[in-house]
Design a protein around this ligand. Structure first.
Ligand SMILES: *[C@@H]1O[C@H](CO)[C@@H](O)[C@H](O)[C@H]1NC(C)=O
Ligand SMILES: *[C@@H]1O[C@H](CO)[C@@H](O)[C@H](O)[C@H]1NC(C)=O
Ligand SMILES: *[C@@H]1O[C@H](CO)[C@@H](O)[C@H](O)[C@H]1NC(C)=O
Ligand SMILES: *[C@@H]1O[C@H](CO)[C@@H](O)[C@H](O)[C@H]1NC(C)=O
Ligand SMILES: *[C@@H]1O[C@H](CO)[C@@H](O)[C@H](O)[C@H]1NC(C)=O
Ligand SMILES: *[C@@H]1O[C@H](CO)[C@@H](O)[C@H](O)[C@H]1NC(C)=O
Length: 439
């Protein structure tokens, strides 16, 4: 039994229900242009018929005309129809009057083809809600502005193709859009300020393209935005202060761009942020203490970005943090003692900075992080002999002497030379002299 709507149930054995001849012919045209898995006309005279339905399509029975209509098509990956090497973009999909979703995955891989629309035909009535063309290495050319005439489109996914050119401004007039994913393509140019018109957007992914210029401050209008990924482009400028209005944002990735300067004004207000990934940018400012207000943060990655000054003590308030990556910056001062209280952290990398003083962790902290703690290449860090932890497990080979003076463990334990011993005695003397001078 196939139950199609509240009041219609059609038995598998029922007499074949004819499809609309125009729709059927369009369907054969699409199938034949994409797939030579079989002789579709001969094998499937009635592609929607229950029991002998085509692989990769879904149909719906509509009572008003007592016919089946195609609502979804899937191509490219088993069990869906495979694509032949000469497959070209099936622009006739935009003429199917009931089609709501199209998925084309790893289909156009050999003959270059472009997204196109039927010539001289009116497709503005297309009910298409989801268009997903993913991992098609031979899908080239520009995004046609006509995409914006699909008035029902909610999800547009063009990820991992070879689409190029600037993102047409018309796309940013599509207020129905909930998800826009143009990642891993060859798109270039600046991101137009009109992106701020997509007020219903929940997810925006423009990562891994060649986009330049600043992040438009109009993005602050996208109050429903939960995921924003613009990593691996050539964006510059700073995070606009308007980002503080993005209080639905859960995931923000801006890694591997050319962004610089202080962005602390953008931070308060991002109260739902759980992932903040911004490695590999020429920031060259201090770490914004405001990040400590983002209590839901689980992953914070700010490595390789020229941050200087000390690690704000407020970071110790990020009690849900599981990953903190601050390696390869110019951070100085001590590791905040409160880091020892980060009870959910399991990956902490502070290597390649200029941090100093005693490592504030104890044996149970060490046991939890194991090899995921990296404090190496901070020449000023030392391990207190009383802490009960082995510094070489996480890249610190100095032990703390009295008064914060550090002594290289390898030298302190060396017995073949008396020089380190003399040095140690000298330092202790200096320490006592300066101590008695103060008091
Ligand atoms: C296309 O069809 C819509 C109705 O579905 C109509 O409003 C519109 O004027 C038509 N456009 C053209 C160019 O014929
Ligand atoms: C940002 O990049 C654009 C385009 O490459 C350039 O014109 C502009 O001068 C850059 N701005 C800054 C602040 O670096
Ligand atoms: C921390 O994570 C736990 C478990 O996922 C969650 O219940 C809690 O609300 C989070 N705390 C904050 C401040 O978001
Ligand atoms: C760790 O947390 C405890 C309990 O909240 C607090 O008393 C202590 O001062 C904290 N330690 C540091 C170094 O912040
Ligand atoms: C290690 O430090 C944490 C946090 O300060 C504390 O809760 C825990 O009791 C300490 N464990 C040991 C074995 O000292
Ligand atoms: C920490 O970062 C350094 C520098 O990028 C890297 O080489 C190292 O593998 C990282 N350590 C861990 C434990 O992830």
């Amino acid at each position: 039994m196939l139950c199609c709507s509240v009041s219609f149930c059609i038995s598998d054995e029922a007499a074949a229900i004819d499809m609309d001849p125009v729709e059927l012919e369009t369907l054969y045209g699409i199938m034949e242009s994409l797939s030579s898995d079989q002789d579709w006309r001969a094998a499937y005279p009635n592609p929607c018929q229950p029991g002998s339905r085509w692989p990769g399509i879904e149909c719906r029975f509509t009572a008003s005309d007592a016919r089946f209509h195609v609502t979804r098509m899937d191509f490219g990956a088993f069990p869906n129809p495979s694509c032949r090497s000469s497959a070209g973009f099936p622009s006739r999909i935009f003429l199917l009057p009931y089609l709501e979703s199209v998925f084309v995955y790893r289909c156009f891989t050999q003959s270059p083809t472009e997204i196109s629309f039927p010539a001289k035909r009116n497709f503005s009535g297309s009910p298409l809600q989801q268009l997903s063309l993913r991992s098609n290495s031979a899908l080239v050319g520009r995004i046609p502005p006509l995409v914006s005439s699909l008035k029902s489109l909610q999800i547009l996914t063009l990820s991992q193709n070879k689409v190029t050119g600037e993102v047409p401004a018309e796309i940013f007039a599509m207020r129905t859009l909930l998800h826009l994913d143009l990642s891993y393509n060859l798109l270039y140019g600046a991101i137009p300020a009109e992106v701020g018109n997509l007020v219903n957007l929940v997810g925006l992914d423009l990562s891994y393209n060649k986009l330049v210029g600043p992040i438009p401050s109009s993005l602050g209008n996208l109050r429903n935005l939960q995921k924003l990924d613009m990593s691996s482009n050539s964006l510059n400028g700073t995070i606009p202060a308007t980002f503080r209005r993005l209080n639905s944002l859960v995931f923000l990735a801006l890694s591997n761009n050319l962004m610089g300067g202080d962005f602390s004004t953008a931070i308060p207000g991002l109260q739902n942020l759980q992932y903040f990934l911004m490695d590999d940018n020429p920031i060259f400012a201090s770490l914004p203490a405001e990040i400590g207000q983002l209590k839901k943060l689980e992953e914070l990655r700010l490595s390789n970005s020229g941050y200087s000054g000390s690690i704000p003590a407020s970071f110790s308030e990020l009690t849900n943090l599981s990953t903190l990556s601050l390696q390869n910056n110019r951070l100085s001062g001590r590791i905040p003692g409160g880091f020892a209280n980060l009870s959910r952290i399991y990956h902490l990398n502070l290597s390649r900075n200029s941090l100093e003083g005693a490592v504030p962790f104890n044996a149970s902290f060490m046991k939890r992080l194991g090899r995921n703690l990296d404090l190496s290449e901070n020449p000023g860090l030392c391990v207190s002999p009383s802490a009960g932890i082995a510094g070489d497990d996480f890249g610190v080979d100095a032990v703390c002497g009295r008064g914060g003076i550090t002594v290289k463990k390898s030298e302190a334990t060396s017995s073949s030379s008396t020089r380190p011993i003399i040095l140690l005695v000298l330092l202790v003397v200096v320490y006592h002299v300066s101590f008695s001078m103060i008091y």
